[in-house]
Every structure is written in C-alpha cells, then in structure tokens.
Ligand binder design. Structure first.
Ligand SMILES: *Cc1c(COP(=O)(O)O)cnc(C)c1O
Length: 395
C-alpha cells in the first residue's frame, strides 16, 4: 500500500469523508423498532431538502441504475413511447434499460459535447399531436462528457409545446454538487444516487416524485414489485420501509445531509463551480481541450479533457495511478482512450484540487503528452483570486 491517501478523482464514487465513515460505523439496529423510526423520519425528511421538493422521495437500497428502472416502471406501461436525448454514455445506458423494459424509445442523437437540446425536444413534442409520447428523459449532468442539460429549458420546451409528457431527470452525478430544484423546475421524477455529490459509499438511490408522477403511477402497467412506490410510501409515512433498508448507509445519509446543510447548499454549489473553473483554467494553460463545447453547460462536478491526437488517455491514467496513486475517470463508450475525466465533486477543497491538478500535470510530463507546464499555476492564481474579495470585505 502506498503511503498517504489515495486520490479518488473519478466522478463517482467519490471520497467518503471521515465524518460519514464514523457515522456508518455503528451496530445495525432493528428496522422495525422505535430507534429506526426516528432515523427513517429524519432522512426521508432531510433528503427532500436536498432535492428541493415538498413531495416524497423514495430511497432504494440500490445503485443509481436501480432508481433509473424504478422511475420508468412506476409511471409507464408496456409499449409506451419515451423521448430521450443521447447526451452521452449514461443517457445511452438509460435508453438501453428502457428498451429492455418494453418501452418504445425515440432517441434524439447527440454529439456528446453538450447537454440535451431543448429546441430538439420541443420539435419532437410539437409534432406529436396525438400525445403518444408519455415521458421525456434527460440526464442533468452527463458524467461521461462533463456537459449539463439546462433542465428549466427542457421544462419550458414541454410547456411551450402544450404537451402532457412527464419529465424524468437523472441527477446521479449532480445532486448536492450543482444547483437543482425538483419542484421549482417542474420535474416529475428525479433520479439520484449516493456515491457522487452526496459523499456516501455506493448503495443508495432515490426517486423524487411529483403529484403528476403519483397520478401516473396509479395507471402505469409495467410490472413492478420491489420498485413499487405504492409499497414504499405507506411505511415511509411512519419512518419505516417495506423491506430491510440499508440501515448503515442511512446513518451515513443523515450525516451527509447535516454536512451539506452546515456548509449551506449554495456554498456547496459555489465551491463546485470554483473548482470546475480552476480546472478549466488549468486545462487551457496546458493546451488541452475541454470536451464540453457549450460554456453555459460546463459541468461543475467533473471535467472531461480531450487528449492530443495520437496520445492514449488510458496510458496517461495508468501512469498517474502507478506513480501518484490517483485514479482519474476513463473515457466511456465511444470516448474510450480519447478523453480522461477529472472528478472534482463531493468532499473536496482547494488543496485537494491542487493536488489533483499537480498529479495530472506531472502525469502529462511522465507520459510524454505534449503540454505547457502552466496549468497548476493558472489554477492556483484563480483560487487565490477567489479568496481575495472575501478577505478584503473582512478588513
Ligand atoms: C453513475 C451514474 C449512473 C449509474 O449509477 P450506478 O450507481 O453506477 O448504477 C447513471 N447516471 C449518471 C449520470 C451517473 O453519473
């Protein structure tokens, strides 16, 4: 084992803070007893504040993929048509899952360098006079590309088309890292996961609901049992679950919510924005191109960088892992070998970012990737400049 902490700078799972590790390290309790009731009520209430919703949030003992499936089977029927946008690898995987469930998918092709385009969604919905499309699914933060979808614009596209389709959004790698408002943005089902911005180990995932989603649930005919919201919501009212919940992860979730609220969600988002900007400044100084081509859609939880032609991202990542004990995200799907991804989300501060960027800059050197050696300095200058106005105000 190398000395010091491993740098887990993939865009999830993320580094689990000590406070959360301590919170999880407790005996598992009776999930039907009074002690659990208090824990259940606390986390089921608290997680609503993270999604910014007054509606129920269902918590599954599953990875994010389980909550993807849950979102679909709870509101749709066999053969229903669903509009999806191919923003990257994760959007493609959600599409594949939906097809396997027997849904008919209209997939709008994308170039993997931007979020879902509201105009393209509007066009499809406006043409669907018979309202055959039952749901629109988008990924808020495409973890494979580092491009976000502007969800309010998608909501507006649906409303402008006068279309009744449900809006389903994947926030697995943006929840608690990038501003997200389930109720205000009129989202019907939001899918979340534990191991990214929430700083927990993998193993919990979420569906945040709306009244419209609950109404659709009553009519939806896709087979479901384990994932059924109806089974969950009754016991959840009293703080309990219909089957054994992931009790120790719920201890961790309670601690994660406390940490996020102590810092304040707005400060959490501002911190992620700052680290993303510093990372892009480092990339510009190195002479490496950011994959996301639309500045308004830059992700604040990760940055994907394109390798210069003829250089393999996986060789660079392997050199950095071997020499500096840091894991970076690989290129997924058609981006394999072409990009590497720097995760800067979760339990993360200015110096963690500087360690990460120093590891990348040294890695570029030892892997023989052409670059200018100014990235770390550019990021430092930016981070220091962010600290200055606050210091001036205090003086
Ligand atoms: C990680 C991720 C998933 C998959 O979640 P799992 O927990 O691996 O099942 C889905 N969508 C997005 C955007 C992700 O980042």
């Amino acid at each position: 084992m190398p000395a010091g902490r491993h740098f887990l700078q993939i865009p999830g799972p993320t580094n689990v803070p000590d406070r959360i590790l301590r919170a999880i390290d407790r005996p598992t309790i009776d999930h039907r007893g009074p002690e659990f009731e208090a824990l259940g009520k606390e986390v089921l209430g608290g997680i609503r504040r993270i999604f910014k919703t007054r509606h129920p949030v269902v918590i599954y003992p599953a990875s994010g993929t389980g909550a993807w499936e849950a979102a679909l089977v709870n509101v749709l029927s066999p053969g229903d048509k669903v509009l999806m946008y191919e923003s990257g690898h994760f959007a493609s995987l959600w599409c594949k899952l939906a097809r396997r469930l027997g849904l008919e998918i209209d997939l709008i092709p994308g170039d993997w360098r931007r979020g879902a385009e509201a105009a393209a969604i509007h066009e499809r919905l406006a043409a669907d006079k018979g309202h055959v499309i039952k749901a629109v699914c988008v990924v808020h933060n495409e973890t494979s590309t580092g491009a976000t979808t502007r969800v309010p614009l998608v909501r507006k596209a649906i409303d402008d088309a006068g279309h009744p389709a449900l809006l389903l959004v994947d926030t697995i790698s943006s929840l608690a890292s990038i501003d997200y408002r389930h109720d205000e943005w009129g989202v019907d089902v939001t899918v979340g996961g534990s191991q990214k911005g929430l700083m927990l180990p993998p193993g919990l995932s979420f569906n945040a609901l709306s009244d419209k989603a609950l109404a659709a649930n009553k009519a939806a005919k896709l087979p479901r049992s384990y994932w059924d919201w109806g089974e969950m919501l009754g016991p959840n009212d009293k703080g309990f679950f219909p089957y054994t919940p992931a009790t120790n992860l719920l201890y961790g979730l309670r601690e994660a919510i406390a940490m996020l609220e102590e810092e304040g969600l707005d400060s959490v988002f501002a911190r992620h924005d700052r680290h993303a900007e510093a990372t892009r400044r480092a990339a510009a100084a190195w002479g490496l191109e950011v994959l996301c081509a639309v500045p308004e859609e830059y992700s604040s939880s990760l940055t994907a960088l394109l390798m210069p032609a003829g250089h393999d991202a996986d060789r660079l990542r392997a050199a950095i892992l071997e020499r500096f004990d840091m894991s970076l995200g690989m290129g997924l799907g058609k981006l394999a070998g072409k990009v590497f991804r720097i995760g800067h989300l979760g339990d993360f501060n200015d110096l963690t970012l500087m360690g990460t960027l120093a590891g990348v800059e040294m890695g570029l050197e030892i892997a023989g990737v052409p670059h200018r050696k100014d990235g770390v300095r550019a990021a430092m200058e930016y981070l220091a400049s962010c600290a200055r106005p606050a210091a001036a105000k205090a003086a």
